[in-house]
Ligand binder design. Structure first.
Ligand code: ADP
Ligand code: MG
Length: 731
């Protein structure tokens, strides 16, 4: 029996694993492996706790003494949980997370031959030098003095995983440049905090802190491990490079509405238990639209923490999937012709006083604040639509955007009918009717009451890449495998810069003698007018929208290497430098890494595809062709004349078709290799990435098209690669 049929047989035999909860109630073990504030209080003194809190909330620098105490407490706690090692956990510019484990052990007296003790000092907690040479820096670390080090991020709690204490860190060069995704994120969060507090103070002087909140929805596929193992493309690239559509896929939407398959349900339970141990507040689990596609989402939290939790859960998902005989696919488009996977980023801002700035308020004055933020966000997204797109773009996500049921590679904003109607009214109103000042000098929105029903707004446009959903915006273009930091850094920075500009404009008007309500109104009104092109409530999947969006001047670029250029336009450089999030040098360096990563991804796929075509598809096709030829010879031996011709006509036609397709595939593979050989000599990362996009990718389509046609013709028993129906329907 072929490997493929063996794998199918084995997969069918697999039963759901029995998993049991670590304790009767989730609250009993929730966050057990996290050094949370309440756990900390058992290991640290009140003074130390206070210094730590100030460092986190106000950004005070933490002195070495305090770090020593924290490290000591952390070590005691971690060792009680069985930790023998520690690691600085960071987010390199490429995928995933990176870590280097060191044991706690050290010589007691500091010299060789001494007894061994467990040591973890403030110095080790605060800073470490990973073996950084292998992480991309885009040229920043090209000289020997520009080494990199990791530095503790006290705003995200440490945790213990297996035998290791994990300390979340940023990764920067000795010359101060960010070499990771977290360092600029933290700067962006601080920028939006400051800018938003200043604007909130127009309405409420008690506001002194604004938090950025994120709730991600993680989509993924689960594929049986045995089937996965014999698909070299899944194994090496995370997606199928070949494969004809299954006769049945997602047409009936029966997977979405159906019960969760038992093996998967058991995986989900197991994963939730793991997530809860790490304080990840997993809330929803369900089937998604495509067969074998699923989703999970936590309760939203502070953005930095929520991102770390997402990175951790992606890792846990992989581990738990293997325990259940599955492989996890986080790729944005593992299968052609059916839905890909995204990671909707539900984002909002909220104050220390407990007000959700994107939540329509109960009182009219809260509604004015709400509208102020909505309009500023609209303006920020409008001005930076190309950059926001660049923040979510990767080689993988490019396959998803604009394909089945995914937002197009054009950023627009859906507001829903109610908020749209208010903005339309405000656009035409006079300041007198729009804004009311009461006897206590409080400002409120005079023109339209925002109904509370908005919160339960089911008026949701699923085709919009950036949609208002009642109390938050949902940035849906983010890819499933992405680190949300890229998108969240750009979004929060763009909004911070916009709020700063808003405040400057309002203050200038006030200084020139305009009353505060009039000044606020006039600026809001000008933004409503200016940002109109970004508002789109129609069908984002339609072809008409692409034409319309281009007319409106929105960025419609689809070539990934080109899209990254949005990071280094004069406007973007100004945006990032004025908010102190990234320097121009860092922006350029990061693009180098992006282009290089893009090139490598396509390069690997091209090689795998070439191998599959030459080592699987062509030999199988030749074998089947030979089988048909045999048959023709035999027919002709038994029959003669017209009869023989008639009986062998079908075989002959197939023999010709197979021959032609084999030749086309082989030529395309040869040409592709030749093209790559030339392109690889290009020095500039940008030019190389562009060449891979323009000259290599088109071969993929030719090879795939012909191979998928062969899959339809060739005897099923001969076909070696698990087919779409097997990958997608066996669970
Ligand atoms: P849906 O699939 O209907 O969009 P889900 O319940 O799957 O919604 O996910 C919504 C996500 O949005 C959850 O993570 C939820 O906690 C988060 N969320 C809800 N309110 C806010 C908010 N104000 N700010 C940020 N995220 C939010
Ligand atoms: Mg959603």
């Amino acid at each position: 029996m072929s490997l493929r049929f063996k794998a199918v047989e084995e997969a069918f035999k697999k039963k759901a694993l029995v998993v049991s909860a670590p304790a009767k109630f989730t609250s009993e073990y929730y966050g057990k492996y996290v050094f949370t504030t309440s756990t900390m209080s058992k290991y640290l003194s009140k003074d130390v706790m206070k210094s730590l809190k100030n460092a986190v909330q106000k950004g005070d620098t933490l002195d070495r003494n305090i770090a020593d105490y924290v490290a000591l407490g952390m070590k005691m706690w971690a060792m009680e949980l069985g930790a023998t090692h520690y690691t600085h956990w960071f987010q390199p510019l490429t995928d995933g997370t990176a870590e280097k484990h060191d044991s706690f052990i050290d010589y007691a007296g500091g010299g060789p031959g001494e007894a061994i003790i467990e040591e973890f000092s403030g110095k080790l907690l605060a800073q470490q030098e990973p073996d950084a040479s292998s992480f991309p820096s885009g040229g920043i670390r090209s000289t020997f003095e520009a080494r990199g080090y990791t530095a503790w991020d006290p705003s995200s709690p440490a945790f213990v995983i297996d035998d290791t204490l994990v300390v979340p860190t940023i990764f920067i060069s000795y010359t101060g440049e960010a070499l990771d995704l977290k360092a600029p994120l933290l700067k962006a969060l601080s920028a939006v905090d400051k800018a938003a507090v200043n604007v909130c103070n127009y309405f409420d002087t008690n506001v002194n802190k604004v938090y950025s909140y994120l709730g991600w929805e993680q989509e993924y596929f689960l594929i049986d491990e045995g089937l996965f193992a014999i698909r070299p493309d899944l194994l090496l690239t995370g997606r199928t490079l070949l494969g004809h559509e299954s006769a049945k896929n997602q047409q009936l939407e029966d997977h979405y509405f159906g019960a969760i398959p038992t093996r998967v349900a058991s995986y989900m339970r197991d994963l939730e238990f793991e997530g809860y141990k790490y304080g990840i507040p997993l809330k929803t689990r369900h089937n998604e639209v495509a067969p074998n596609q699923f989703e999970l989402a936590p309760i939203f939290g502070e953005t930095n923490l929520s991102i770390d939790q997402n990175l951790l859960i992606m890792k846990l998902m992989k581990t738990v999937a293997r325990r259940h005989g599955f492989r996890l696919l986080l790729h944005e488009k593992p299968f052609a012709g059916i839905n890909g996977s995204g990671k909707h980023n539900n984002w909002s801002l909220g104050t220390n006083t407990g007000v959700g700035l994107l939540t329509p308020g109960k009182t009219p004055e809260e509604n004015l604040q709400f509208i102020t933020f909505i309009v500023n966000i609209l303006q920020a997204v409008y001005k930076n639509n190309a950059l926001l797109k660049a923040s979510i773009m990767t080689a993988q996500n490019a396959h998803r955007l604009g394909a089945n049921e995914a937002p197009p590679a054009i950023i627009s904003v859906f507001l829903g009918t109610q908020v749209s109607a208010i903005l339309d009214k405000l656009e035409k109103a006079s300041s007198k009717e729009a804004i009311v000042v009461d006897s206590k000098k409080k400002l409120s929105l005079g023109i339209a009451h925002i109904p509370e029903v908005l919160l339960d707004n089911t008026d949701r446009n699923r085709t919009s890449p950036f949609a208002f959903t009642g109390n938050r915006f949902e940035f849906r273009a983010v890819g499933s495998s992405a680190n949300c930091s890229s998108a969240m850094t750009v979004l929060n920075t763009a909004v911070a810069a916009q709020l700063k500009e808003f405040k400057a404009e309002v203050d200038a008007k006030i200084k020139a003698g305009t009353s505060k309500p009039d000044a606020i109104f006039e600026v809001i009104q000008s933004y409503i007018k200016a940002s109109k092109p970004i508002r789109f409530d129609g069908n984002g999947y339609s072809d008409e929208w692409k034409i319309e969006a281009a007319k409106r001047g929105l960025d419609c670029e689809t070539s990934v290497p080109e899209i990254y250029k949005a990071y280094t336009t004069p406007e973007s450089v100004k945006l990032f430098t004025s908010t102190s999030v990234l320097t121009e040098k860092e922006l350029h360096a990061r693009n180098e890494v992006k282009w290089e990563t893009y090139t490598k991804k396509i390069q690997i796929e091209a090689r795998v595809l070439g191998d599959l075509a030459v080592n699987h598809i062509i030999p199988i096709a030749t074998r089947y062709q030979s089988f048909l030829l045999d048959n023709v010879v035999k027919i002709k031996a038994v029959f003669s004349g017209d009869k023989a011709d008639k009986l062998s006509a079908l075989d002959s036609a197939l023999i010709v078709e197979i021959g032609e397709r084999i030749a086309t595939i082989k030529n395309a593979v040869d040409d592709m290799i030749d093209t790559r050989r030339k392109i690889n000599k290009i020095e500039s990362e940008y030019d190389k990435a562009l060449a891979y996009h323009d000259k290599v990718l088109p071969y993929f389509d030719v090879i795939r098209y012909n191979s998928d046609k062969l899959e339809l013709i060739i005897d099923d028993e001969m076909w070696t690669l698990p087919k779409y129906r097997e990958l997608l329907f066996i669970r």
